[in-house]
Design a protein around this ligand. Sequence first.
Ligand code: F6P
Length: 348
Amino acid sequence: MKKKRIGILTAGGDCPGINAAIRGVGKTAIVKYGMEVIGINNGFSGLVDMETYEMKEELLSGILTLGGTILGTSRLKPFKPDAITNEVDKPQIIKENYDKLGLDALVCIGGNGTQKTAQLLSEEGLNIVGIPKTIDNDVWGTDVTFGFDSAIGIAGEAIDRLHTTANSHKRVMVIEVMGHHAGWIALYSGLASGGDVILLPELKYNLDVVAETLIDRSNRGKQYSIVVVGEGIKKPKKKSAAAYISKEILERTGLETRDTILGYIQRGGSPSPQDRILATRYGAHAADLINEGKFGTMVSLENDRITSVPLSKVGGKLRLLTPDHYLIKQAQAMGVCFGTSDGCKRKK
Ligand code: F6P
């Protein structure tokens, strides 16, 4: 019987754990099902340009703990209008190359944009299985994405370090973390590292409330404060969230402030043990879904159970925080300020 051939690509921003997922898919496909695995370099653009090679089992060894993606990535969105012209029709090229490569299925490892493209390719008749990844944790249809746990570990450690220098200099430290439109990294790293004020893109904040909270802390003898802000909070264009909030705090309180943008450090390096395990479970399940012929799906986690959801339900949606999230409520009850007018009151 002809061996099944599967392709794997990684698209969008990288994150810790992608190689663990590639290994999970590849090893399960080869060892459990006797499939052939084709690696496609640089996301969807590698499928357009036929940058492919066979991934033998040896190539999947030694990558579990490695950051980034051995396949490389790109942000090409083949269904964007500028990718479909009279001269070049990228979705059509992808379909032809999928056939030329003799693929029986394609695994697309990526965030929201990638899952949307995966859905559209599935509607074009390709056999697709998606695997959600991103530090932002904002993919709809799964409880968590790998990359997130590593990112909050890195951000948490950075904030811990800012505590000691803030304490020495009696300053307000403003730390900007990634997450795009989602505040998951800000909320989790802020709580894990004792942030006094946490500003989330999903929650409307009031700078006067933030200023009052910081003055009140100072009046209660707290010599320094930690303010964690998600990069996607509402702010003037052309300014970083950290620089904006820091300046506003200084102007409103007179307290000395400093700002730090953590940036791409949050996306680099080795995945946390939890992300290695999650990525491995996702990868293995993707191979199982291919074996069962369950295409047009994305692997997902529901109450710590690995399952899958239809790509048609995932594409084009974001999983964002809501103001009633239990961690926000719990933090508010302990005096953490989210800048909302209702959440910073202390019982006198
Ligand atoms: O989606 C992951 C992420 O790191 C976001 O947190 C951030 O806004 C964005 O990617 C940065 O993207 P780029 O790699 O294009 O600079």
